[in-house]
Design a binder for this molecule. Structure first.
Ligand code: ZN
Length: 388
């Protein structure tokens, strides 16, 4: 089986999943991604270090390293210190400026943010654009123009472009239902690839935020709840992003949280996003301490915990992280969610469960998009180093 990029071009390297039948080309790609990952997470390393770490033969390591150096992905960087006799080993490192990645954040509704990253994840260029209320094909056209300008601004060969988009997004980058722009079955990844000539990935914004959060250290399964205009969740389980067969995994905003609750934009009543959304958080932020605030916080927390508790128990999650780009998740709300969750679940489940607000900053979506592109294009997963 050949793995292919979003626009049909082969990925340069790609980890192989257990149980998948492989070809010699897959093995070479796997050896490249193993070697790159070791150098990314633990470099600089010598060829002998790489052979030990990857389990590859010295001959294979030399071949892979030669390919990576020729491709501009790896550079020689000085010599290892030696105590004994013999020639000191040459050290190898990932070439941070050898590739660029472009990231676009569409989760801000009317403002599009973009950045170019180097291979290491440093931002080298930034751009932003107002959509001015554009929707449908006009919005898609503006995003394509923005992507082309971003790719143009890169100083190194562009390896891939990743987009964080609100709505239901399939694995091949089709936005089946776009939350803000009225997109229906829009093949956004293909459109962007055709415009920019760069392999493109489009992923749901809550899932991208979950990757960004995971890149800050993984310990068990993670659910990230994105509290924006709507509400969605991203799940990273055993190092893998969960999409679901229709691209709708984590689409929990319209699960009923309150019987006969407030009317939702979907036409039904009491959906979770009528209970917890950016608008609700803004309302809470204006309530002064006192019984009125306590009652509002508790009813939000109870309804939220009622929907999320089953997912936590089912998936044995270790982290439930809430993300709101304006940092409106108040400590008393998080405390109330913790208390309600503790009341709903056995101690065995909640003992190792951390519930908190995301510590990621305003670049969360851009950083998550970079991490996604790095993983999909080069087989390096910043959120899961190969060994501790
Ligand atoms: Zn709804």
């Amino acid at each position: 089986m050949r793995h292919q990029g979003a626009n049909g071009r082969d990925n340069w390297s790609r980890p192989i999943k257990a149980g998948v039948k492989t070809s010699p080309a897959d093995s070479r790609a796997n050896n490249r991604s193993m070697t790159l990952s070791e150098l990314y997470h633990r470099g600089p390393l010598s060829r002998a270090d790489l052979a030990r770490a990857t389990g590859l033969t010295h001959v294979s390591v030399s071949q892979v390293v030669a390919e990576l150096i020729a491709a501009g992905l790896v550079v020689e960087r000085g010599q290892a210190e030696t105590r004994g006799v013999g020639k000191p080993a040459t050290l190898l490192a990932v070439n941070d400026s050898g590739r660029a990645f472009a990231a676009i954040d569409l989760s801000g509704a009317d403002t599009v943010a973009g950045a170019v990253f180097d291979l290491r994840g440093n931002i080298t260029e930034r751009m932003s654009m107002r959509l001015g209320g554009a929707v449908d094909t006009a919005a898609a056209e503006l995003v394509c123009e923005f992507a082309a300008a971003l790719v143009e601004a890169a100083r190194a060969p562009m390896e891939g472009l990743a987009v964080a988009a609100p709505g239901i997004v399939t694995a091949d980058g089709v936005v089946r239902a776009g939350a803000y722009f009225g997109w229906k079955n829009l093949p956004l990844a293909d459109k962007l690839a055709a415009r920019t000539g760069v392999p493109c990935l489009v992923e749901n914004d809550a899932r991208i935020a979950a990757l960004a959060e995971s890149a800050r250290g993984v310990d068990g399964g993670l659910m990230l709840v994105l509290v924006a205009k709507g509400l969605g969740a991203g799940l990273v389980l055993e190092g893998d992003l969960l999409r679901g067969p229709s691209g709708a995994a984590g689409d929990i905003g319209h699960v009923t949280a309150v019987e006969d609750g407030p009317r939702c934009r979907c036409g039904r009543r009491g959906c979770l996003e009528t209970v917890l959304s950016a608008a609700v958080l803004e309302g809470l932020s204006r309530l002064p301490p006192g019984p009125g605030r306590r009652a509002a916080v508790e009813s939000t927390a109870h309804a939220t915990a009622a929907v999320l508790a089953a997912a936590i128990a089912t998936l044995d999650l270790r982290r439930l992280v809430f993300f709101n780009r304006d940092n409106l998740l108040a400590p008393d709300l998080l405390d109330a969610i913790r208390q309600s969750m503790t009341a709903r679940l056995l101690p065995f489940t909640t003992h190792n469960l951390v519930i908190r607000a995301s510590t990621a900053g305003p670049d969360t979506m851009l950083q998550g998009a970079y991490a996604h592109a790095l993983s999909e294009r080069l087989g390096i997963t910043p959120w899961a180093s190969p060994r501790p």
